[in-house]
Write a new protein. Structure first.
Length: 188
């Protein structure tokens, strides 16, 4: 059963990856670069500072830094546990995938881009949804970010999907934890 799932995952990767075209390559290479998302991150920080004030926002930023570090380290632990090769570095797939100069090393399962972006997005949406009407539009960030990994052939669809699931779980847990810590800190 696992072999069948992995085979279907590979077939879906090849199909999705080959939908790409040279005219879109630059776009997806830009999307996969986290530094190009800096304006979104700046907007999020602005909204947090606007809603919670300086003192609480600085604590929130510290909490976000801990959330990012946790998600990153957990992803690395999972990757080193499963040791699934990236499709772009797998000899059986190189001729079946579109070729890019962008070929990161390391392992594939699960996608750190998908996990981290979804963790942060879930946390931020839950944090700000009652205060800003269009917070749910942030879901486009992890969806585009994760798909860019498939487009570039550096992750299988299952890697990205698993990253999304892990991100939703950890974003929710960290949101709940933040609420408990924030409520108890009011009475200290």
């Amino acid at each position: 059963m696992l072999d069948t799932l992995l085979q279907k995952d590979t077939e879906l990767l090849i199909f999705l990856n080959n939908l790409g075209s040279e005219q879109w390559d630059g776009f997806w290479l830009a999307v996969t670069n986290q530094f190009h998302w800096a304006p979104l991150f700046a907007l999020i920080l602005f909204l947090i500072f606007k809603k919670f004030g300086w003192r609480n926002s600085l604590l929130m930023v510290l909490f976000l830094a801990i959330l990012v570090a946790f998600s990153d380290q957990l992803t690395n632990f999972i990757k080193h546990t499963f040791e699934r090769s990236r499709p772009c570095n797998t000899s059986d797939l190189v001729d079946k995938l579109r070729s890019f100069t962008y070929k990161p090393g390391g392992y594939s399962y699960y996608s750190g881009h998908a996990a981290l972006s979804t963790t942060v997005t879930t946390f931020i949406i839950l944090l700000l949804r009652k205060h800003y009407k269009y917070m749910y539009l942030m879901i486009a960030f992890p969806l585009l970010f994760g798909y860019s990994r498939i487009y570039l052939g550096v992750h299988y669809p299952l890697d990205v999907l698993s990253g999304y699931v892990a991100g939703i779980i950890w974003g929710y847990i960290f949101f709940r934890l933040q609420k408990v810590l924030r409520v108890t800190s009011r009475f200290s």
